[in-house]
Design a protein around this ligand. Structure first.
Ligand SMILES: Cc1cc2nc3c(=O)[nH]c(=O)nc-3n(C[C@H](O)[C@H](O)[C@H](O)COP(=O)(O)OP(=O)(O)OC[C@H]3O[C@@H](n4cnc5c(N)ncnc54)[C@H](O)[C@@H]3O)c2cc1C
Length: 738
């Protein structure tokens, strides 16, 4: 019986016992057999049959392969989560709009995600089983197909971006559009933009962003590659003087890019002017071979199966490679024909605009990645049952355990919080650009610190959150078919690229300390640091929360978070001022400074979530649900960082305990809406790529199906049997004496 897959085994746990939920499966008209042997070791073997299932939500029929004959059966598509969905107390369609940002965004993302999901070229369910070469080749095929479809369908830039996003496979295209094009836009002159962007927009050249070297990443000023001007030939000579100066990591560089924006030390007449960007052609546009003087290749397999291994992160060395002078990106500074180095009158601060743009996109991606993981974990937690069966009734859904809620619901709330702070960052970017055009640089340092901090915080929480979701799915979360291992592996480097997260928080801390030091000078803090202007009040205020429900008051939450942030920053600034050397003091206190920066960034996210909830939101019950999520987000942070709030005397231990009481009550309010809240992300099963996170909750048969696809199950007896198993079993080893 243990090897027999019968009706009881396949029944979904959230269905009442005895109800034949997969009755089509049982009683299968296969030569009168009443059950099917499906244990992997028995499969294909016991009765010399081949067995295969292909069930998809979209299809209303199931194909069975038994023996060599294909049998088809009409099946009823079942939504095992329907009952959960029925419990929702809000308008899910309206929440979809709130999540997407507008009806238009929802319509575009819905259309693009379905377009991708329905195209066989974009299928990805065997990705984690492919070897590197096959994987990479497949990625190239998908990238080319995506470009073909974008052109055939004449997609707008917005649609094309969405389509690429839903293809959900890192490739050279990401760096071409995400880094190469913006670098030229931000740092190229008008003529340079006209020349290079025309080619880049048509993908007649493919570019990457080559900054990091083997020896230096975070410390950009330590880069060693040189670009020496040769006035005789009117060229730059690009050279890698040492092994550690090799470019190392750029995505798309290893095998695909024809061009790169290369960052190198500019040298004219023996003088070093620091790091500048240059457009360098790497490969022939005729046969793709590297140009003379260029050594280029892939840096090797990375963490995880599938994941970021679809990307050709590369290594690049230059041996006195010559490029024309006009390939230095000259918007901010230039080298004249005579070899003179001149700063242009375009303000250097403009470069920060590009940085703000890239970082706001990373924050938006964080909400997408976290919401994906949370969607999988929430749906599976409603399907999965363990313990708690009474009188032979069904076991408890694991989502009903308070420990599960305590780990899962703050992550659900964080996904929404990151979505809304990302939306606000889009506004901030537009605001920064408008000010820059008007030569108003007053908000730039604050915007720069804010985006650096939010990039750091959201990517760290997302990476940790995906891993937590894996654990929340128990053993099955560890299977690649859960989608979570690959999601984690593909996401986690975002804690490192575009600025290491700790290095970024230290930049935020430096800005906070500077802001604190200027408070007495009458200089008013702006934007997200405006609260520091009320430093006197915030240094001595006490929370007036008396009962748990008082924590539902946004001003109680805001004041606690503002007081904590300002007190941590002031304490750091005071301690640094006591050091004989401020830089030494900063280095010594860097761990505390990171905590102060985290507190400031958490405050930004909490306050933007509160602002969102206080604005106009359409749809029955939508605002109420967002209010619950907002409170969960804030109070779970308060609970997690209780030490900070207590040590700075912002709240008392009793108030901390009341916050926790309120949090538990909020979890109970959220519980009936949990499935609908993840449905509001509007993700297709294709995009989720998870057996556990399926929309219909029909998890178990699909876990089997995914297992059967594993190459190890291609044969019954493994290839290594004769050579390596049989000798062990038959004791056929020769014992040699030394
Ligand atoms: C998947 C992936 C894709 C990438 N794509 C690109 C690309 O397309 N183009 C490109 O140019 N680069 C790319 N990179 C490189 C990336 O930008 C760098 O790895 C990143 O900037 C971090 O630099 P690093 O590797 O030198 O780390 P390091 O700076 O060496 O960090 C090592 C450790 O030292 C700590 N540390 C460093 N400095 C300080 C400090 N001042 N104070 C305290 N702690 C410190 C860090 O926190 C970290 O823990 C990519 C990297 C990855 C992983």
């Amino acid at each position: 019986m243990s090897n027999c897959l019968n009706q009881t085994h396949l029944s979904q746990p959230n269905q009442s016992r005895g109800k034949p939920v997969i009755s089509y499966f049982f009683g299968l008209p296969i030569k009168g057999k009443s059950c099917i042997y499906i244990h992997p070791q028995q499969l294909f073997y016991r009765r010399k049959v081949f067995f295969f299932i292909d069930i998809s939500r979209e299809k209303k029929r199931t194909d069975f392969y038994f023996g060599r004959k294909k049998k088809k059966m009409e099946v009823q598509a079942v939504d095992y989560l329907a009952e959960e969905r029925g419990r929702a107390r809000f308008d899910v369609e309206a929440m979809k709009v709130a999540w997407a940002g507008s009806k238009h965004s929802l319509e575009v993302s819905d259309r693009m995600s379905r377009l991708v999901a329905s195209d066989p070229v974009f299928q990805k369910d065997t990705r984690t089983m492919l070897g590197r070469k096959e994987l990479f080749n497949n990625t190239l095929r998908k990238a080319a197909h995506a470009w073909k479809r974008i052109n055939e369908l004449r997609l707008t830039e917005e649609e094309a971006q969405m389509l690429r996003h839903f293809v959900d496979e890192p490739s050279y295209v990401d760096l071409h559009w995400g880094m190469f094009v913006p670098a030229i836009k931000g740092q190229g002159t008008d003529e340079q933009q006209k020349k290079w962007l025309t080619l880049a927009y048509k993908m007649q050249i493919i570019g990457c962003y080559a900054q990091t070297e083997l020896g230096h990443g975070s410390n950009v000023q330590g880069l060693e590659t040189t670009a020496t001007f040769d006035p005789k030939s009117d060229e730059f000579v690009i050279h890698s003087p040492t092994l550690t100066s090799s470019k190392w990591w750029p995505g798309g560089l290893g095998k695909v890019s024809t061009h790169a924006v290369v960052y190198a030390r500019l040298i004219t007449d023996g003088q070093d002017h620091g790091v500048h960007g240059f457009i360098v052609q790497l490969r022939s546009l005729d046969d793709h071979s590297p140009l003379p003087g260029i050594t280029v290749g892939d840096i090797g397999t990375k963490f995880g199966n599938g994941a970021y291994n679809t990307m050709d992160n590369g290594v690049l060395q230059f041996d006195h490679v010559r490029i024309p002078r006009d390939q230095m990106l000259m918007r901010l500074s230039k080298v004249t024909r005579e070899g003179k180095y001149l700063q242009s009158d375009v303000p250097r601060q403009l470069v920060y605009g590009t940085m703000v743009y890239v970082r706001q996109a990373i924050v938006a991606d964080a909400s997408k990645a976290l919401s994906r993981a949370v969607c999988i974990a929430v749906r599976y937690s409603a399907v999965r049952r363990q313990f708690g069966s009474q009188d032979g009734g069904p076991e408890s859904q694991v989502i009903d355990y308070k420990t599960q809620q305590n780990r899962l619901f703050p992550l659900l709330a964080s996904a929404y919080a990151f979505r809304f702070v990302g939306e606000w960052l889009k506004w901030l970017y537009a605001d920064v650009m408008q000010r820059l055009q008007a030569s108003d640089f007053s908000t730039l340092p604050e915007a720069h610190a804010c985006t650096a901090g939010l990039k750091s915080l959201t990517t760290s929480i997302t990476a940790d959150g995906i891993e937590e979701c894996r654990k929340l799915c128990g053993g099955h979360g560890y299977l690649c078919s859960s989608g979570l291992p690959e999601l984690f592996a593909v996401y986690v480097p975002s804690c490192t690229y575009e600025g290491d997260n700790i290095v970024l928080l230290l930049q935020v801390a430096r800005f906070l300390v500077k802001t604190v030091s200027q408070l007495g000078s009458g200089k008013k803090p702006v934007g997200t640091t405006a609260y520091m202007g009320r430093v006197e009040h915030l240094m001595q205020c006490r929370s007036d929360v008396r009962k748990a429900e008082d924590w539902l008051n946004p001003s109680a939450i805001l004041e606690a978070f503002e007081a904590r942030a300002v007190r941590l920053a002031v304490s750091c600034a005071q301690n640094i001022s006591k050091a004989s050397n401020p830089e030494e003091g900063f280095a010594e206190l860097s761990a505390d400074l990171v905590e102060a920066a985290v507190a400031h960034c958490q405050l930004i996210i909490v306050s933007k979530f509160i602002e969102k909830v206080q604005g106009d939101i359409d749809g029955q019950g939508v605002k109420e649900q967002l209010q619950i999520l907002c409170n969960i987000y804030a109070l779970s942070l308060l609970h997690k960082h209780l030490g900070d709030f207590l040590s700075t005397s912002c709240i008392t231990p009793k108030q901390g305990a009341l916050a926790n009481d309120q949090l538990r009550a909020l979890y109970s309010q959220l519980r009936p809406n949990a499935i609908a809240l993840v449905d509001a992300f509007n993700y297709t099963d294709h995009y989720l790529g998870s057996v556990l996170g399926r929309y219909d909750g029909n998890v178990y048969p699909h876990l089997y199906e995914a297992a059967l696809k594993d190459p190890l199950n291609d044969s019954v007896v493994p290839e290594g049997y004769e050579a390596h198993i049989k000798p062990v079993l038959k004791q056929r080893f020769r014992v040699s004496r030394l």
